[in-house]
Design a protein around this ligand. Structure first.
Ligand SMILES: *Cc1c(COP(=O)(O)O)cnc(C)c1O
Length: 490
């Protein structure tokens, strides 16, 4: 199978090439050309344990790897790294289900993909015979950075540079990143927001593509969800949650379910739509945003407009105004109209907005609906779910739960809310939501939250307070491109 750039279908790459490049040379994103040609018997997946299930799905999406190779990679990626072997447990909470994606090594859902990506990348290097060293550039709104560092530290032949918004991540998130160990890692703050970091990274890719002499013996790649190798592992838990419901007898095979997804860069929810394209019976995907509701407006009205105020919210991993993976959805919903996608992306770049044709909007709305939730409602939701069900959720999950409320009123099918972070990653906001006076120090909040809830602090977070800070460098947002060239060539 050859992947195609969303902006020019003639620009193709094998799976391993697409994974190594991260982004297509024209700035487009690599896409599966035709889902109906992907060979996968989804019903037989439902009987498998999560790790073999992951291997089957990933092999179908990346057929350059043999089934045996993929099984080996999935085992290396996941065995013993998560709290349980099923990786992503499903909890029943009231009349809904919560899919807990945060039980990995850094307590955020990005662990599911970023445990696998280094395996895929290393194996792809082997397959393509690549000799150059890879430098992974990662822009993070808080969680990707740490999950990527954890996945890539000390991986041979690969270095990683992470950029995070200086004042845009929680103290726990920051501590997770700046204390990262490993000889091949660099963590740098940007004086700007996540979009500035992401734009800087994209510009660096463009500059390197325009002038290959800028980098010596090095190839750049990405660990963001623009990388297809990052997106593909996220398809798995949609099947896994469905399989759990079948096993419990809550549904029969073939019954529809709906997923509510707390969304930022549109990667997680798009992976769900991939699952549907592979056969999973899904009625609706509900896209949940915080106050930065650019996607709610787009999915309801067809106008994507990033020219709007940027809010710093209590769900910082969703503080995003340019959702990269929407580009892949546009490609799918226009039946691979690369010229249209290229022109919409150009408009977004130059004018800050675009409107999709009415026919395309109709198609999108058959599959997706959307809602948003502000900080106050997020806090109220955390408190209410805790009081009513004794279930403690983080701020991102609470956004999705709040948005699911309206949808649930009408829905007859089971509704699954994706939970993307442990409440202990955002202890300050969660304590405040529970009506407690949070301690000034976020690490004291961890202890307080644990005492209050009776839940243990995840191991990876418990040791942070006393860990040594290795990185305390901040750069101007406009200096990112040059900074990368300087650092990468060191
Ligand atoms: C990254 C992240 C999201 C958003 O996921 P996207 O794939 O960017 O839409 C939601 N919640 C948390 C906790 C995250 O880290």
């Amino acid at each position: 199978m050859l992947y195609q750039s969303t902006r020019n279908k003639n620009l193709t790459a094998t799976g391993p090439e697409a994974i190594l490049q991260g982004i297509a040379p024209d700035g487009g994103l690599y896409m599966i050309p035709d889902f109906s040609a992907v060979s996968l018997d989804w019903k037989s997946l439902l009987e498998l344990d999560t790790i073999p299930m992951a291997a089957k799905i990933l092999q179908a999406l990346l057929p350059d790897f043999t089934p045996e190779e993929m099984e080996e990679l999935a085992k290396k990626a996941y065995c013993g790294k998560f709290e349980s072997d099923d990786l992503t447990p499903l909890a029943k909470v009231g009349d809904r289900y919560v899919l807990e994606l945060f039980r990995g090594p850094t307590s955020a859902f990005k662990d599911v993909a970023l445990s696998m990506l280094p395996q895929l990348m290393t194996a792809s290097r082997g397959k393509t015979g690549m000799k150059e060293e890879i430098v992974i550039l990662t822009a993070t709104s808080g969680d990707t950075g740490k999950a990527a560092l954890e996945g890539f530290h000390d991986v041979e032949g690969i270095r990683i540079i992470v950029f995070f918004p200086k004042d845009g991540v929680s103290a726990v998130q920051k501590a997770q990143m700046v204390t990262q160990e490993g000889n091949n890692v660099l963590v740098t703050a940007i004086k700007g927001n996540f979009d500035d970091a992401q734009t800087g990274v994209k510009k660096t890719f463009a500059a390197a593509a325009a002038d290959p002499s800028k980098l010596k013996g090095i190839e750049l790649s990405s660990a963001n969800s623009i990388n297809i190798g990052r997106l593909a592992p996220q398809v798995v838990y949609y099947f896994k949650a469905y399989a759990d419901l079948v096993r419990e007898g809550a549904i029969a095979i073939g019954d529809e379910v709906s997923y509510v997804v707390p969304t930022g860069n549109f990667g997680d929810i798009l992976a769900g739509y991939f699952a549907k394209k592979l056969g999973l019976p899904v009625k609706k995907f509900i896209c949940a945003s915080n106050e930065n509701k650019v996607l709610t407006d787009f999915l309801n009205e067809g106008l994507y407009d990033r020219k709007r105020p940027f809010y710093k919210t209590t769900s910082p991993s969703m503080d995003i105004l340019v959702s990269s993976n929407l580009e892949r959805l546009l490609f799918m919903m226009s039946d691979g109209n690369d010229e249209l996608v290229a022109s919409l992306m150009k408009q977004l770049n130059e004018e800050g907005s675009y409107r999709v044709p009415a026919e395309m909007l109709n198609k999108i709305q058959k599959e997706f609906s959307a809602g948003f939730c502000g900080d106050q409602q997020t806090a109220e939701t955390i408190a209410r779910v805790w009081k009513d069900y004794g279930y403690l959720m983080d701020t991102h999950t609470a956004v999705a739960w709040a948005v699911s409320e309206e949808y649930k009123k009408e829905a007859s099918e089971p509704v699954i809310v994706l939970s993307t972070a442990s409440p202990f990653k955002f202890p300050h906001a969660v304590l405040e939501a529970l009506g407690e006076e949070p301690a000034a120090d976020e690490f004291d909040c961890l202890d307080r939250l644990s005492a209050l809830s009776g839940l243990p602090i995840p191991k990876n977070l418990a040791g942070l307070k006393t860990a040594t800070v290795r990185f305390d460098h901040a750069i101007e947002k406009d200096a990112l491109v040059e900074y990368v060239f300087e650092q990468a060539n060191k």
